[in-house]
Design a protein around this ligand. Sequence first.
Ligand SMILES: Nc1ncnc2c1ncn2[C@@H]1O[C@H](COP(=O)(O)OP(=O)(O)O)[C@@H](O)[C@H]1O
Ligand SMILES: [Mg+2]
Length: 276
Amino acid sequence: MTQKPDNPAQNAQARAKIESMKRQFEQRRAISSALSSVKNKIGVYSGKGGVGKTTVSVNLAVTLAESGKSVGILDVDIDCPNVVRAMKIFEPPEMAEDKRLVPPSRFGVSVMSMGFFQQKEDEAIIWRGPMVHNAINQLLQSTVWGELDFLIVDLPPGTSDGPLTVMQTLDLDGFVIVTAPQELAMIDAKRSINMIKTLKVDVLGVVENFSGEIFGTGAGQDICNELELPFLGKLGLSPDYRDESKPTVLTSDTVRDEYRLVTSQLELELTKKQTA
Ligand SMILES: Nc1ncnc2c1ncn2[C@@H]1O[C@H](COP(=O)(O)OP(=O)(O)O)[C@@H](O)[C@H]1O
Ligand SMILES: [Mg+2]
């Protein structure tokens, strides 16, 4: 039997494919080793921007830290990385000798954000899918979190490619969904929950933000009834958020109490999940 002559083009293609698989494998290994000492990775997510995702991420993180947990926040909302501002962080991460990044800490929480790498705060970041994927990969591989009980991840809103890429890159343990109290917001929230379900990641629960007389109340609980999800609590629309000197749980007793309820519900859901 005569052997077919080698096809150089095909060989090169096969070699390139193997190289790319190797790189992906190494990236994934580097990410899981960088996050290996993080017990719970929780994404905070909403169907729309402006419903309080960053506010919830920051105040959840600070509340958990106040109760003695070790906590980090990772801000991968590419278009609006606002965590740096909300946490009042002015110094960028330090670079260790091995070129890895040590996140700065504020209010007891370690913070890493895409915002650290933005030139000016008001500069819009417009990134395409593969760039987003690479940047997040890089950030995940390079950050030295150390031992953490919780890593809270502020995700990009919506159901387009952006958030999907981010969610696929991160190996999250569960999501907290933020919704506004109105019916329209409910439609967005349901759409986003459906997207998460296709990723096979648990929804730990829903919080209703801006709850109260002005925007009404109830959408959060309604979604949970309809989709059989845990309701984590209501966060009232409040003027207390106007003081931006600190995360609001540190300046308002009412807001702190609301967040304590939400975090205890969240911890309950995590325990249930771990013992299931
Ligand atoms: N419960 C609340 N009451 C009053 N203002 C709030 C509340 N939650 C959030 N905000 C304000 O609403 C704005 C948008 O919130 P933000 O967390 O940035 O939303 P997102 O991250 O979803 O875009 C911010 O100015 C924030 O201070
Ligand atoms: Mg935000």
